[in-house]
Structure formats: C-alpha cells, structure tokens
Design a binder for this molecule. Structure first.
Ligand SMILES: *[C@@H]1O[C@H](CO)[C@@H](O)[C@H](O)[C@H]1NC(C)=O
Ligand SMILES: *[C@@H]1O[C@H](CO)[C@@H](O)[C@H](O)[C@H]1NC(C)=O
Length: 192
C-alpha cells in the first residue's frame, strides 16, 4: 500500500513539473501592445503596434474578423519571409516586432484584428485589436450642399441680370428706333 502511494506522489510530481514546464513555454511568448482599441477615418492609415518576444524566431499571423467574416491578412517570420494575402498586399506593411500597418482605410476594414504568435516549439498566443472606421461623409455632404446652394444663387442672380439687361436693351432699342424714325423720315423726305 505505502509503496503504491509513493509512486502516486512521484507521478503527481512528474505531472506537475511537466505542466509547469508547459506553462513556462506558453509564457515564453509575450505580446506587448500599448493600445488595443483604435479609431480612424476612411482613407487614413492605422498602425497596430505590438512588440513580440519569444524563444527563437516567432511566426506572426494577422487575421481580420468581422461578424461571420474571418480573413487571413498575412503571415511572416522576421528576417525569413513575408507572405501577405493578395487582397491586402498593396496596403499592408509588416514589421519585425509583429506590428502591422494598414493604409487607405475603408469602411469594411472596421472589425477585429487578431495577431497570433507561434513559437518554433509550436505553442502560440494571440491578442486582439478593435478598429473603428468613421465615415467623413457627413461633413462632405454639408460642404457639398452649401456649395450647391451658393452656385444655385449665383446662377439665379446671373439669369436675373441677363433678363434685366435683355429687357433694358430692347427698351433702349425701341426708344432709339422711335426717336430716329421721324428724323430719318424727314431727312429722307427733304430731297423730294
Ligand atoms: C514596433 O516597431 C515599430 C517600427 O520599428 C515601432 O514604430 C513600434 O513602436 C514598435 N512597437 C512597439 C510596441 O514597440
Ligand atoms: C503564401 O500564402 C499562400 C496562400 O496562403 C500560399 O499558397 C503560399 O505558398 C505562401 N507563400 C509562402 C512563401 O509562404
């Protein structure tokens, strides 16, 4: 009995040390990020700043999530390779500390951005960012409607001026014709 007990204790110790070792492995990855929630406007750029440390060279993977959509953005190993998905290739900048820059934001870019760091040993850790993208449409529309109103007023003013000028011209012509008519008649009639 006592003998078996002893073995149990040893098993538990081995199990515990393995668990601790694995915890230590998992903790070897650290993802430090100063800001996890970002707000930008359409056409602006965003920089997801992280500093990744782990044993060996980390594999960094960024994924975009919004509602039911889950899309891979890119995967890279600092100094080894950078593989950015075709949809993002022109807008994504990969950094060796794990950070990612995304330029020329669109409304559809709003959502969750998850960075997954995979160690050479296979263990991984991830951290999420929230990105809000604001439309600048309201201000644009206000500006446009004010401009349109100003243009319409200007056009109306021009039309009114033209109409008045036309009227005045006709009046003057009529008055001149009326004034010249008798004289002309007189001068033309004189020789006869
Ligand atoms: C990661 O690297 C970029 C570029 O070198 C730097 O701008 C950024 O601050 C770094 N991020 C952190 C959290 O250190
Ligand atoms: C980059 O990703 C694509 C799609 O996931 C894959 O087919 C390709 O082999 C990858 N290239 C490298 C160099 O990892």
């Amino acid at each position: 009995m006592w003998h078996f007990r002893l073995w149990d204790v040893q098993d538990v110790a081995v199990f515990l040390s393995i668990t601790l070792y694995m915890c230590h492995l998992a903790e070897a990855i650290s993802i430090h990020s100063p800001q996890r929630s970002l707000t930008r406007s359409v056409q602006e750029d965003v920089f997801f700043s992280v500093d990744v440390t782990c044993n060996g060279i980390p594999t960094i993977q960024w994924t975009f999530m919004s509602g039911v959509v889950s899309r891979s953005i890119g995967i890279w190993q600092p100094g080894m390779y950078t593989n950015v998905t075709a949809d993002y290739s022109s807008r994504v900048q990969a950094y060796s500390n794990g950070s990612m820059g995304l330029s020329d934001l669109r409304i559809q870019d709003a959502g969750y951005y998850v960075i997954t760091v995979i160690e050479t040993g296979g263990s991984s850790k991830d951290t999420g960012f929230v990105l809000k993208v604001n439309e600048v449409l309201y201000e644009d529309l206000q500006y446009l409607s004010v401009s349109a109103l100003a243009l319409a007023c200007l056009a109306a003013l021009l039309m009114l001026t033209m109409w008045l000028l036309d009227k005045a011209y006709r009046k003057i012509m009529a008055w001149r014709r009326r004034r010249q008519m008798p004289e002309n008649d007189a001068t033309e009639l004189q020789p006869l």
